[in-house]
Design a protein around this ligand. Structure first.
Ligand SMILES: NC(=O)C1=CN([C@@H]2O[C@H](COP(=O)(O)OP(=O)(O)OC[C@H]3O[C@@H](n4cnc5c(N)ncnc54)[C@H](O)[C@@H]3O)[C@@H](O)[C@H]2O)C=CC1
Ligand SMILES: O=C(CO)COP(=O)(O)O
Length: 344
């Protein structure tokens, strides 16, 4: 018997029904993934208008424009629907993951895997998402899904490859089997920390890359930020126990390359607008699009400082976001740091 079976976690053949919680862009895309993989997929969203549009017109206009959602998925506002699921996906923002998990505490059945889809660190606790799930849903088997994949690309059925991780590799492999389809290729991993630190940090670095482009600093500077930013992501990931191979894989370097180079990314776009002279307050205030890196920046810098890990680029991004530095001031501070060996 595998560790997953002895721990009571649900195994692949039994994962017939998937509940995705969170009716935004990524939750909707992941409900489509589950449906394409042959699972019974239900999307639990709190906004009744979104639920009506998904069920009535196969669209989520608020988050995915006029993209047609095929195959059809079923949406509901009833969180009780999660009780029937053999597999749960939590696709709400990182700072809402604890509240959403708490809402599910009396609903998720024992042994059911709960996959965190958010990319970020919790403000205050510095927790990764699977630690939040472990704390709030002790009856569940925590897992996470991360990698280069824009929700709209997934929803269109474009080819995507991601990493799905669980502490138990057998469970990670079972989750990959349960979600795979011709356009969606999950790779299994048991490195929960490596996967989640990569996903959290790449958003911060993507904001920095956007600032570089928006300020007109050139493609050479953008590439330097990606490479030295990756050194920071890997330094923090390794300090927390993540593996170098994971950090260099889909959920780390892969997602960093995507997000730090594409205006399709909300994090990159936020940085771009700041670099062009936009006001941080106006670009991150109420009603603006989610950019997880805007919160994760300061959280990661504090977390790293506690562990004596240096994150100069992330710190510069956090300083610009908090109004302590201009983009030009950030560049000057980074360029005037004492010279270092490239490899420590
Ligand atoms: N959009 C994308 O391309 C991708 C997003 N992600 C990650 O997925 C997470 C969610 O992102 P998106 O879906 O894009 O954001 P979004 O802004 O499109 O949607 C967020 C959804 O969460 C809901 N929500 C917020 N708090 C909630 C709560 N307490 N309970 C229930 N629902 C709640 C909102 O009503 C909204 O429907 C983020 O961490 C993001 O980094 C990961 C990969 C791709
Ligand atoms: O995580 C993502 C792609 O992998 C989505 O990035 P943004 O949140 O910056 O749009």
């Amino acid at each position: 018997m595998s560790a997953a079976e002895t721990s009571g976690a649900t195994m692949p053949g039994a994962m017939r029904s998937v509940a995705v919680v969170g009716g935004g862009a990524f939750g909707t895309a992941l409900a489509l993934v589950a449906a394409r993989a042959g699972r019974r997929a239900v999307l639990v969203a709190r906004d009744a208008e979104t639920v009506a549009a998904i069920n009535g017109q196969a669209r989520n206009p608020r988050y995915l424009g006029d993209l047609v959602l095929e195959p059809a998925i079923v949406a509901t506002t009833d969180i009780g629907a999660v009780a029937k699921a053999d597999l749960v996906v939590l696709a709400v923002p990182a700072q809402a993951t604890r509240a959403a998990a708490r809402d599910l505490s009396g609903v998720v059945r024992p042994g059911v895997p709960v996959i965190a889809a958010a990319k970020g660190l919790e403000n205050g606790t510095h927790a990764v998402m699977t630690d939040i799930i472990a704390a709030e849903l002790p009856q569940a088997a925590p897992a996470c899904l991360s990698g280069p994949s824009f929700a709209a690309d997934i929803a269109r059925g474009l080819p995507t490859a991601l990493t799905v991780a669980a502490a138990d590799m057998d469970l990670a492999e079972a989750l990959a089997q349960a979600l795979t389809s011709p356009s969606f290729r999950p790779y299994a991993s048991d490195d929960l920390i490596g996967v989640q630190i990569g996903g959290a940090l790449k958003n911060v670095l993507a904001i920095g890359a956007g600032m570089v482009v928006g300020r007109g600093l050139g493609a050479s500077a953008q590439a330097a930020l990606v490479a030295r930013g990756f050194a920071e992501l890997a330094r923090l990931g390794r300090a927390l126990g993540g593996r170098t191979e994971t950090l260099m894989g889909l959920s780390g370097l892969g997602d960093l390359v995507l997000t730090a180079t594409s205006p399709q990314s909300r994090n990159f776009s936020l940085g771009l607008a700041i670099g062009e002279g936009g006001s941080v307050a106006a670009l991150t205030g109420a009603g603006t699009k989610l950019a997880e890196g805007a919160t994760t920046a300061a959280v990661a810098v504090r977390f790293a400082a506690e562990r004596d890990v240096e994150l100069p680029i992330a710190a510069a991004v956090a300083a610009v976001l908090s109004g302590r530095l201009s983009v030009d001031g950030a560049v000057e501070s980074l360029m005037s740091r004492p010279l270092k060996r490239e490899v420590e």
